[in-house]
Design a protein around this ligand. Structure first.
Ligand SMILES: [Zn+2]
Length: 419
């Protein structure tokens, strides 16, 4: 068998594994609460707050989708015309066209151009978020955050680019196999190190102070049978008024993180309700599942790019000889951008089901649907969410059930009809 046939067989295997993981690990059998209950919940929310959330979301929309459209346009322009390859050559020229300069600096230049083109949209977003009082960050802090995220991306990007093009040189026919294994390993590695190395670049994390709340939360975790090493508080307030909590990492790096804004804004019972939701993620190993499917998806993407890369028409459009050369990176970048946009609704669908299961876990663990519902209302009010977003937007990108779905789920639980 030729390397191409092996690659096709591997791709089929990876896609089957991905579908099997999706079928077996995603909790599909949990229909949302009836629409009539959702509409009743919507009717119970203060009209002015719903209107303000909708106004805010509408104000963000043109910039958000504008950035997606322009980002896609520039990725296609660089990838499907010789412009991108010329940019990579240009960046490598002062270094005698050395492949490392082309691979690392050229690749980073392509990503930087795409970032710079969407930068005005990011600034537009910050202006709106500030105008609505959700951001507590001035332009100085915003710029520092932006530069930090560029620096983090540049470090990870340089390592990935150097590794990838080293492999394509050493194994011209089998790089896709090493690349797929490397991409999968990278996803697992990042899942371990991002919480520990990267999150502290943006926020300070301190263990929650001893007191009734901490005791309540650790007791809750113990009752749930979930080993929690620590509950950390993030100083999110230096950036935002928004409230949130999340679980990240797994194994020795797993931690539950609560925003300081949440502790400030919500009574302890509601904080417990949020943490109970996070414990659900830990108990059901959602981070591990996400990492596993992410690793399979990344490996499949590398093999698919290799197979697409033998399509002569694409190479001719990009003005390159082979998908494996650094000058073809803009083509890879364009294909990855398109794949990301196409994959968004599928990822959102999976995420909503996983989040609904964590909600059901919180309701069962706390046995307090009234507090759960109050927390959902508070989340929507403070975060200026649309409690019942437009259907198309919900289907395309909502990672969580809507506020009215979550309220209706709590009411169903209270009636004894839910998990
Ligand atoms: Zn969640």
């Amino acid at each position: 068998m030729t390397p191409r046939i092996w690659a096709a067989v591997t791709l089929v295997g990876l896609v089957v594994a991905l579908l099997a993981a999706a079928v077996l690990l995603v909790p599909w059998g949990r229909p949302p609460a009836p629409r009539s209950d959702q509409l009743a919940a919507l009717g119970d929310l203060p009209h002015a707050e719903v209107a303000r959330g909708r106004e805010f979301r509408a104000a963000l929309r043109p910039g958000g989708y504008g950035a997606l459209a322009i980002g896609l346009l520039i990725a296609l322009l660089l990838g499907l015309t010789p412009l991108g390859a010329k940019l990579v050559s240009l960046v490598g020229r002062p270094f005698g066209d050395h492949w490392i300069a082309q691979a690392v600096l050229g690749g980073m230049a392509v990503v930087l151009v795409a970032d710079l083109v969407t930068l005005p949209f990011a600034a537009w977003r910050h202006a709106i978020v500030s105008r609505y009082g959700l951001s507590t960050q001035g332009w100085g802090g915003w710029t520092v955050d932006l530069l930090k995220s560029y620096a983090v991306s540049a470090i990870i990007g340089a390592v990935v680019l150097l590794g990838f093009y080293t492999v394509t040189r050493l194994a011209p026919h089998w790089w896709w196999a090493f690349g797929a294994a490397g991409a999968a390993a990278l996803v697992v590695l990042l899942s371990f190190i991002l919480p520990v190395l990267v999150e502290p670049v943006f926020n300070r994390f301190t263990p929650m102070e001893p007191g009734p709340l901490r005791t309540e939360l650790t007791t809750l975790a113990a009752r749930d049978g979930v080993p929690v090493r620590d509950v950390l508080v993030a100083d999110a307030s230096r950036r935002t008024r928004a409230v949130n909590a999340y679980v990240s990492g797994f194994g020795p790096t797993r931690r539950i993180v609560v925003y300081d804004t949440l502790l400030r804004e919500a009574p302890p019972a509601e904080v417990a309700s949020v943490v109970a939701h996070e414990l659900g993620h830990a108990k059901d190993k959602d981070v591990l599942t996400g990492t596993l499917t992410g690793a399979l998806g990344a490996a499949a993407a590398v093999v698919a790019l290799y197979l697409l890369g033998s399509w002569g028409a694409l190479l001719r459009l990009a003005g390159v000889e082979s998908i494996a050369e650094p000058r073809a990176f803009p083509l890879l970048f364009g294909l990855i951008t398109v794949a990301g946009l196409v994959a968004t609704p599928a990822q959102a669908l999976v995420s909503r089901h996983v989040e609904a299961r964590a909600d059901a876990h919180a309701l069962a663990l706390t046995g307090d649907p009234a507090t759960f519902e109050a927390m959902q209302r508070r989340l929507a009010t403070i975060n200026l969410g649309d409690p019942d977003p437009p259907r198309w937007e919900y289907l395309y990108s909502a990672t969580h059930p809507s506020t009215v779905e979550r309220m209706a789920a709590a009411r169903a639980h209270a009636r004894g009809g839910g998990g």
